[in-house]
Design a binder for this molecule. Sequence first.
Ligand code: GLC
Length: 455
Amino acid sequence: MTTQGFTVPDRWKWFTESRYGMFIHWGPYAQLARGEQVLFREHLDQQEYAAQAAAWNPQHFDPELWAATAKKAGFKYACFTTRHHDGYCMWDSAYTDYSSAKQAPQRDFVREYIDAFRKAGLRIGLYYSWIDWRLPAYFEGPEKNPEGWAKVRKYLHNQVKELLTNYGQIDHFFFDGVWPRNADDLGSVELVEEMRRLQPGILINNRLGYSSAHDEYRADGGIGAGDSDTLGDFGTPEHLIVVDRKRLWESCQVTTWRLWSHVTGERWRPADVLLDMLCECAEKGGEHGGNLLLNCGPTADGELPPEFVERALEIGRWLEVHGEAIYGSDGGAITEFITRGRQTTRDNNLYLIIRFWDGRPEIRLSDLSSKVTGVTLLTTGQKLQFEQKDGELFIQGLPREAPSRLFPVIRVECDGKPEANDWGRQRLWEGDPQRVADWARSQRGTSVFMDGVER
Ligand code: GLC
């Protein structure tokens, strides 16, 4: 079992309580419907792209509807692309006219998003890309183009400060797209200090670039994400669910296949796969668990795709009943449970999230050492019979049919924080191999033999 061994300050507790955030990738690139990176990936003509971006004027963006949907879907916070790698700004920036406020929509989409989501009770996150494909100096950098670079850096800092000054409390900030710059070029250490001055409670992600003063090695949590090993309050494994042992972490994942913004004819991951990612994040990572930032790419016209809404609401209905196993849970991996599903804990409860419902009336848990005081099938509220003998727990009277389409959950109530015996604490491929030898020796008896190997 992994323990992270650090204390989460109170001002960040909302993040571990939340577990589940909505990532929103929306911008003029949605018109082309081939992903947010289409300008670069297809090596498009910059002028033509910009003209099309400037003319972009979504008619059905209804931030209140987005927020109501997000709330119903069980998300506790959201993170919205204020500016992606194409450089188009979704707010009224004083530093450029390439924005939704100055071009066709004449609207500050960031403000509309923030107002609606805040009103619905969700915490507010902003995504901001360091990269701007329109700016040659960004790619030439301080050595080749010192003057141009100084301007770009100032522009980036000014915009970030603007976002943290004009929109009230910002809870979460997601930098992205550092390549080919590093933290020293970007001045991200100074910028972060400034950000904390403006927003003392803010959580800032780790895509701040490699820092020669702070980092031992170049971390790489994703595809060219530019992670810093030490800077930033939370790690951002992308398309991956891996524990960041040093700090909080949030895995960002697509609901589709690979791209983040709206794509025509995209393939969608089923709801149970998406929910399983949420459960995996909550389960992994010792006492703090991890978060899932699940993406949605609204259409060019400003609508949440129905495929997304359908899946998100199905998960939302599951969370209404089973949310206590996820929100504010303390991570799981208490017992060995991989043959059945996933597990999380909260206070004195162990939650068994059953992926495989096999129709048998009994579940046996072989390694929970805590005394059990009650067992409830959370899905129906039904109290279940149980028996604890010789260190094993038998949960009885389970219905033959799975009580829900998505994962049923069993709450095992213990008389203290759930703990496992040695067998449960040390897992396959981990721990002392002697215990496996002892097990084989004591149980093999004389009935398994003829292998010619000495006992
Ligand atoms: C990446 C991509 C980007 C996406 C982001 C989400 O690094 O460049 O398109 O917005 O990850 O984490």
